[in-house]
Structure formats: structure tokens, C-alpha cells
Design a protein around this ligand. Structure first.
Ligand code: SAH
Length: 263
């Protein structure tokens, strides 16, 4: 479908904003991307062979919303990886609060330079974060850290249909040009040396209730604190724009979980 009313937007891409300010904004949210406890548990249900010796990493873990769900449903050791010291500080405070500090530890590190040995890991997890390195590059580069027969489970923005209105096509081409259809992502996973085990689309509540709704009260506090700050105002405007686009075009895109097993 083509939409003839294409209007070129003047919204900045989120990548152009000051990182510190973005981290502060998102540190007020329980989750930094679309997801839910149920979805994390569902994705985990496809992973077998985990023991209390297992080594798991959660890449782009943020403040750990999903990491504690993994921790409560597995018995291995989990290393959370995130570029943001703000998030990792909160992550490690949460680990202690939940008395999980012996097996859940957060490290400030880039997903482009992971601190693991070859064939060390039993599971690589990453919700709403692999886009930072790019899906295809991420699944290819991270593969070496997995043992043979070990799993990768990532969630990633994906097209749900072959065609879509030009407004949403343009938005995503600017925000994340690697967004693609589910069969194309599965093919990439297959080519990278994984058996595609499962894919499923995250339900709308992962966006609406767990991601957009909590932003409303965050926005108010944030705008009050940074009154007159152009960057803060633009960040909130961009997030509101993203919310509007989701409601308008949610039949065409969503987050999808991709689970693969290293051949
Ligand atoms: N998994 C969390 C957070 C998703 S938001 C959730 O679903 O709630 C994406 C996360 O990736 C953010 O926490 C951001 O700080 C992190 N990130 C961005 N670039 C990164 C990089 N190069 N290396 C590691 N983490 C990165």
C-alpha cells in the first residue's frame, strides 16, 4: 500500500540526542523498550539444556526489566551488558535488592566489544537492543561466543507485511534502515549459522501498556525538570511522535522475538 500524503517530518532521529539525557529519561522507566514478563517467559520456553552451570548474557540489558525474569526462571549466571553506566548502576542495585548479586552482574561495555571467550556462553539474550549493532552483524559477530548447540534469543523491530504506507516506511528507514520482514530476518539467522527455532510477534500490550503508558507521567516530570531545555523538549516530542505512529500503523510493524540454536 502506498500513502500519497507523504509528509517529510522534521523530527530528529533519537540517535542524535545527548546520551546522558536519554539515559536519565529512560532510567525513570521500568523497561527501556517494548516487552513484558509473559513474553520473556514465552521466549525462554524454547531454550533447553540450561543448568546452574550455564553462562548467560543479556546484551543491552538496560536497568534489567527482563534480566530478573530470566534470573527467576533459570539457575545459571547472568552477565548484563550495557553501554550506559546510569543503567548498569541501577541494574546492580536491583540485583542486590533481589538478592541475586551472586549470579546476576551488570557490566558497562559495548555490544561491539563483548568481554567473553569463544564458545563460553550457553545463551545470548537481547531484548530491543540488537539494532544498536544491527541485527545481521550482531547475530554473526556474537555467534562465536556461543557453545555449539547453544541459543540466541533477540527481539527486533520488524515489518509484519510486505507493503506499508510511505510515512511509516520513511520513519523506519531513517530510524533503523535494517528493519525487515520476519521471513527475511529468519533467513539471515539461518545464513548466520543458526537453526531458526521460533519467532513470535510481541503483543500490543508490550508497547501500549508497558512502554508508552509509563512515559506519560515521566514526560511531565522530565519537562518540568528541564524547563526551557530544547533537547529535553525535542526528546519528548520525538517519543510522542513515535507513540502516535505506533497507534496509526501498528498493523504494519512490531517487535518480533527470534530464537536460534547454533549449528
Ligand atoms: N533490554 C532493555 C533495554 C532496551 S533499550 C529492555 O528491553 O527494557 C536498548 C539498550 O541498549 C539501552 O539500555 C542502551 O543503553 C543499550 N545500548 C545502546 N547501544 C549499546 C551498545 N553499543 N552496547 C551496549 N548497549 C547498548
Amino acid at each position: 500500500m502506498r500513502d500519497e500524503n507523504n509528509s517529510n517530518h522534521d523530527y530528529k532521529s533519537i540517535h542524535e540526542f545527548d546520551y546522558e539525557l536519554i539515559w536519565e529519561y529512560f532510567s525513570n522507566l521500568k523497561r527501556q523498550g517494548p516487552g513484558s514478563t509473559e513474553v520473556t517467559i514465552k521466549a525462554l520456553s524454547f531454550i533447553d539444556n540450561l543448568t546452574n552451570e550455564s553462562k548467560i548474557t543479556d546484551i543491552g540489558c538496560g536497568t534489567g526489566g527482563q534480566t530478573y525474569v530470566i534470573a527467576n526462571n533459570t539457575s545459571g549466571n547472568i552477565t548484563g551488558i550495557d553501554l550506559s553506566p546510569t543503567f548498569i548502576d541501577m541494574f546492580n542495585v536491583n540485583s542486590k535488592k533481589l538478592n541475586l548479586q551472586d549470579r546476576v552482574n551488570g557490566v558497562v561495555c559495548s555490544m561491539e566489544n563483548l568481554p567473553f571467550q569463544n564458545e563460553e556462553l550457553d545463551l545470548i539474550w537481547s531484548e530491543g537492543a540488537i539494532y544498536n549493532i544491527g541485527f545481521e552483524q550482531g547475530i554473526n559477530e556474537w555467534r562465536k561466543f556461543l557453545k555449539k548447540g547453544a541459543y540466541i534469543a533477540v527481539s527486533e523491530a520488524s515489518w509484519l507485511t510486505e507493503e506499508r504506507p510511505v510515512e511509516i516506511d520513511d520513519f523506519w528507514k531513517d530510524a533503523y534502515p535494517e528493519i525487515d520482514t520476519i521471513p527475511n530476518k529468519v533467513t539471515q539467522m539461518h545464513k548466520a549459522g543458526y537453526i531458526p527455532i521460533a519467532t513470535f510477534v510481541l503483543p500490543e500490550n508490550c508497547w501500549i501498556e508497558n512502554f508508552f503508558a509509563p512515559q506519560v507521567s515521566c514526560d511531565e516530570k522530565f519537562l518540568k525538570k528541564y524547563k526551557g531545555n530544547k533537547t529535553a523538549r525535542e526528546l519528548v516530542e520525538n517519543l510522542r511522535h513515535e507513540t502516535k505512529l505506533y497507534y496509526k500503523y501498528k498493523e504494519f510493524y512490531g517487535y518480533v522475538f527470534y530464537i536460534g540454536k547454533k549449528v
